[in-house]
Design a binder for this molecule. Structure first.
Ligand code: G6P
Length: 608
């Protein structure tokens, strides 16, 4: 979703700002703009479309300046056109502002500002902010921003500059992330650390209702109510190399291939062989409580929600604790029952998803202990939760989540193991699970090595308009995730279903034009799934099966088989999802889709 980058220092700001915008392209956006100040006064450009279009308009123009802000917009209020793109200017054209978030009382403020004579020229909620700042501006940009924000309801991450305050960027946050990058004689601000990695690894995260006055040598942080905040910078561990494609055609492909490593990273130092359990330092101080709980709620959105479903199967199966999985967007409005025996885990790759964050805050308000399972270190969910487990997948740039999903499942399996060993699971069972976990990365690699075979299947089917994905037990959520991957990046309509549920509706769709991907592993539900396959074949549906290595019987019943190695049933999702990710990827590539930045989607949905 929207991205902000700002720079103040001695270098030319333009290339830094453009590069920063490009680093955030993966988040999803529909317009881009830039404002900088220099010897030529305020120069700004903003256009709907890709950053490349903005760059085309910069060619031949003498852009010069060592201080400026830039933005990628994902439209909420007002269609994505040149006029609605950020930055927005006040009536005098001297103050420029970029904004992520939504101003909820913008209609009231709009009317009030018009009555005071301000000329509002766009359809956005954002433009209100810059006129509010103008309205109370008397030379002090920090103070005018404070006053403006005190009138605002909603969410914001903003960066503001004014011609009359050279070398100053004022930033503020409430609900939309902002991070300051500290350099040597230069400072940065961004909504995403990926935009800063090239320049610095020293960052300061702003908390909600905080603002900062940033110059080339200072980053003065305060609360919007004027309380001074002292906060040291932290070091980011991610490297520039991790956010580059490294020889792959797309980030998604790179991230699919990273999974043998990222699964190892999710387990690293966490397997306790002596006691046949997991060692999770981030939740260590909650162990007594976790030993007593009688219910768990897992809440998340999108792919993370699918990981939560697998977590439910794992925890109930192994630890025998009842688990509920809630869409975060429903949880926040549903008045959920949280009693003292309930622990809530929130799962989010980015740690910034607005609905997941709101669900977390709701659970905290109701007195629950809230534990996070996040990827992005220092993200809002990671910081606001009572404890948690990082998945350590490294930056995930492809909008369609792949490696974060398998890392989330790995961490959930460790949590299930830990909880189970505190309850009824035997030492032997614990060791068996640890052995299976350790063997996983090599097994994932053998599936990745079959990419050409999967690509061949993709070539046979990429022109289809509809797909059905079926699975049972642990592999029902995998069917959902496989279908989600396909629709996200190839725009082919796909639905995931529990295999047996097919008879209650989707079977009506099956004919010779409907390919069905069935996860049919040799597990406790194998024979049942084979029956479901017969039902599809009887109606002339085409079947692509994901089956267990060595299963020769299945070939007779299906059109294509993708074999995956055997593992314990609990861990099968970590293997069965891999061919489905590759299948979706290759079909999208063959259809000529923009795999890493699919239309309308955002990597991190920071608005409700
Ligand atoms: C967006 C992304 C999905 C992601 C979901 C939840 O919709 O496009 O890939 O699964 O948000 O994101 P989170 O960062 O909370 O896991």
């Amino acid at each position: 979703m929207c991205g902000i980058i700002g720079y103040v220092g001695e270098k030319q700001a333009l290339p830094i700002l453009i590069e920063g915008l490009k680093r955030m392209e993966y988040r999803g956006y529909d317009s881009a703009g830039i404002a900088l100040f220099g010897p030529n006064g305020l120069q700004y450009e903003k256009y709907a479309g890709k950053i490349a279009r903005l760059e085309e308009h910069l060619v031949g123009k003498n852009y010069s300046g060592t201080w400026g802000i830039a933005h990628t917009r994902w439209a909420t209020h007002g269609e994505p056109n040149d006029n609605n793109a950020h930055p927005h200017l006040d009536c005098t054209g001297e103050i420029a502002l970029v904004h992520n978030g939504i101003i909820e009382n913008y209609a009231t403020l709009h009317e009030w500002l018009q009555r005071r004579g301000h000329k509002i020229t766009t359809d956005t909620d954002t433009e209100i902010l810059v006129h509010l700042i103008e309205d109370s501006y008397d030379g002090d940009l920090v103070e005018a921003t404070r006053v403006a924000l005190s009138q605002v309801e909603g969410t914001y991450g903003i960066a503001v500059v004014s011609r009359n305050n050279p070398g100053l960027i004022v930033v503020a946050r409430h609900g939309s992330p902002l991070v300051i990058g500290r350099g040597n004689g230069e400072n940065f601000v961004a909504s995403d650390v990926a935009a800063l990695l090239r320049h610095t690894n020293q960052v300061i995260y702003l908390d909600d209702l905080e603002m900062a006055a940033i110059t080339h040598d200072k980053t003065d942080i305060s609360k919007i109510d004027r309380t001074v905040v002292n906060r040291d910078s932290e070091e980011i561990e991610w490297s520039l190399e991790q956010i580059e494609r490294g020889g792959h055609a797309h980030f998604m492909q790179k991230e699919i291939h990273e999974q043998p490593t990222t699964i190892v990273n999710a387990m690293r130092g966490r397997l306790n062989l002596d006691e046949a359990t997991a060692r999770l330092n981030g939740i260590k101080r909650h162990l007594d409580e976790l030993g007593q709980i009688d219910r768990i709620i897992l809440t998340a959105c999108g792919t993370s929600w699918h990981a939560a479903l697998i977590g439910e199967y794992m925890i109930e199966d192994l630890a025998r604790i009842p688990v509920e999985v809630e869409y975060a967007s429903e949880f926040r409005y549903r008045s959920p029952i949280i009693d003292p025996g309930t622990a809530v885990f929130v799962i989010s790759q980015s740690g910034e998803t607005a609905d997941t964050l709101a669900a977390m805050r709701e659970a905290k308000r109701k007195g629950a202990t809230v534990l996070g399972i996040c990827n992005v270190v220092g993200s809002t969910i990671a910081r606001e939760s009572d404890g948690g487990v990082y998945i350590h997948a490294g930056p995930e740039i492809g909008v369609a989540s792949t490696k974060a999903f398998t890392s989330q499942i790995t961490v959930l399996s460790l949590i299930a193991l830990l909880l189970a060993r505190m309850r009824s699971m035997s030492f032997e069972k614990g060791r068996e699970m640890i052995d299976a976990l350790e063997a996983l990365p090599a097994k994932v690699q053998t599936i990745l090595d079959r990419e050409d075979e999967i690509k061949g299947i993709a070539a046979d089917y990429y022109r289809k308009d509809n797909f059905l994905y079926l699975g049972r037990g642990y592999n029902f959520p995998v069917a959902l995730e496989g279908a989600l991957k396909l629709k996200e990046i190839s725009y082919i309509h796909a639905e995931g279903y529990p295999a047996a549920e097919m008879k209650h509706g989707p079977i009506a769709l099956i004919d010779e034009r409907m390919p069905v991907v069935v996860i049919a592993l040799r597990d406790s539900v194998y024979d049942k799934v084979l029956n479901n396959i017969q039902e599809i074949r009887a109606r002339k549906g085409t079947v692509i099966a994901v089956a267990t290595e060595g299963d020769t019987r299945i070939k007779r019943h299906v059109d294509h088989v993708i074999h995956i190695p055997e593992t314990i049933e609990t861990l099968t999702p970590l293997l069965s999802i891999i061919p489905l990710q590759m299948l979706a990827y290759h079909m999208a590539v063959l259809r000529g889709c923009d795999v890493d930045q699919p239309r309308n989607l955002a990597k991190s949905v920071t608005v409700e």
